[in-house]
Write a protein that binds this ligand. Structure first.
Ligand SMILES: Cc1ncc(COP(=O)(O)O)c(C=O)c1O
Length: 403
């Protein structure tokens, strides 16, 4: 057995730490725990029968193709479908297949974007708070992540501009700003279009890329669809990431990146070295599923189910949560962010919640540096309706007892 592994790890792998969050989440896996912790879609939304039929037809008719290696750019049928039917028609985006690469779900997009843009010490702007997996991906490449606070319309443009102006004065420029505009993970906040336009103006003024990550975009319960950053921009300042994980199923591991062709080409080169190609099998499953024109039906039932669960959760909050605990009602997505009184610490509370068999993700996990100690992210898509009611009752009890 090799004796000195610690001396041969790469510098970047030395900085990899077992995530505290992953360790905490392991505790939530016991069957008696009602977990509001993961970001899992409900398996009741998975279109199992349709997928089974698609897979059988595929194995009958195109097995040699789907079982073979594919191109790094991705399945042409899927790319064309996404470009034509989704982005050109619905989102009004002026793109061609050359602007889109398929990736192994959006987590790989975050990793590859980190790889092609970030050198150790490079600054990037992230929302404070932001999706934990995005922060981990950028941290791997040594990013110096600068958090910009959110208000209830998302990233605060005044604070963003202050931050960029300070950086400029010091002769630095961030590589990109990471923004989750629709039903943000973890806060559930959606950025109105006027705010997107303001942020885009700032991005153009300081000539900084916007990385728009929007896995929850289609899961809207009420209110108006807001234009994507990409469709509001005509200057090549936006990279958009999408995924089937929350609207079809995460097990396919299919996502995509849309950007300026020069950025797509670089991602393709980085992806080639990472995994040659995303599974042709699961890409074609997604493509053939879309051809069955059942996506809208699936989305409507998913949205209806999650809306009902959100309402049950809010009703349970109103019934059980003690004075001093607050939340914003999300218009879509999978999450709610709970704010406890200032002096409370959701990390200490976590073990007490686990003792009562209920779990959440601690707020500080979503901050690049410090913050969020008195916050917790609560998922409402996965637990059953009964478990939502009971889990909130238990959680409220833990909070009350520790106030
Ligand atoms: C904002 C955001 N981006 C990316 C992902 C990764 O999703 P996937 O890799 O399944 O597409 C998630 C998952 O929860 C997310 O919330």
């Amino acid at each position: 057995m090799i004796s000195d592994l610690e001396n041969i790890w790469s510098r970047s792998s030395r900085s990899l730490k077992r995530s505290v969050i992953r360790e905490l989440l392991k505790l939530t896996a016991r069957p008696e725990v009602i977990s509001f912790a993961g970001g899992l879609p409900s398996p009741d939304t998975f279109p199992k029968e349709d997928l089974k039929q698609v897979m059988m037809e595929m194995m009958d008719q195109e097995s040699n193709f789907v079982l073979q290696y594919g191109t790094t750019e991705g399945d042409m049928i899927l790319r064309k479908r996404l470009v034509e039917k989704q982005y050109r028609t619905i989102e009004g985006m002026d793109i061609t297949v050359d602007n889109l690469v398929i990736v192994t779900a959006s987590q790989q997009a975050l990793d590859l974007i980190g790889k092609i843009f970030i050198d150790p010490g490079d600054k990037i702007i992230v929302g404070a708070p932001s999706y934990l997996g995005g922060l981990s991906a950028f941290r791997t490449y040594g990013a110096d992540m600068v958090g910009v606070e959110l208000d209830d319309e998302g990233m605060d443009p005044v604070k963003l501009e202050q931050t960029l102006a300070e950086m400029k004065a010091q002769g630095t420029r961030p590589k990109f700003m990471y923004i989750i505009p629709d039903f943000q993970n973890p806060t559930g906040i959606t950025m109105p279009e006027e705010r997107r336009i303001k942020i885009l103006e700032i991005a153009k003024k300081y000539d900084v890329l916007i990385l728009e990550d929007s896995p929850y975009r289609e899961i809207r319960f009420e209110g108006q669809h807001q234009k994507t950053f990409f469709s509001l921009d005509n200057t090549g300042h936006v990279i958009t990431i999408g995924t089937f994980s929350k609207i079809l199923c995460p097990g396919l591991r299919i996502g995509w990146v849309i950007a300026d062709k020069r950025i797509i080409d670089k991602i393709v080169m980085a992806k080639q070295a990472a995994d040659l190609c995303t599974s042709p099998l699961t890409q074609r499953i997604a493509a053939r599923f879309l051809e069955k024109e059942k996506m809208n039906e699936l989305l409507s039932s998913t949205v209806a189910m999650y809306k009902e669960k959100r309402d049950i959760m809010i009703e349970a909050f109103e019934k059980h949560m003690p004075e001093g605990v607050s939340w914003v009602k999300p218009q879509g997505g999978l999450f709610l962010f709970l704010t406890l009184p200032e002096h409370m610490d959701s990390e200490t509370l976590f073990m007490k919640a686990i003792e009562k068999n209920v779990a959440y993700v601690i707020g500080s996990a979503f901050y690049a540096k410090e913050g969020g100690l008195n916050k917790m992210r609560i998922n409402f898509s996965y637990a059953s309706k009964e478990d939502i009611r009971e889990g909130v009752r238990r959680l409220a009890e833990v909070i009350r007892e520790n106030m």
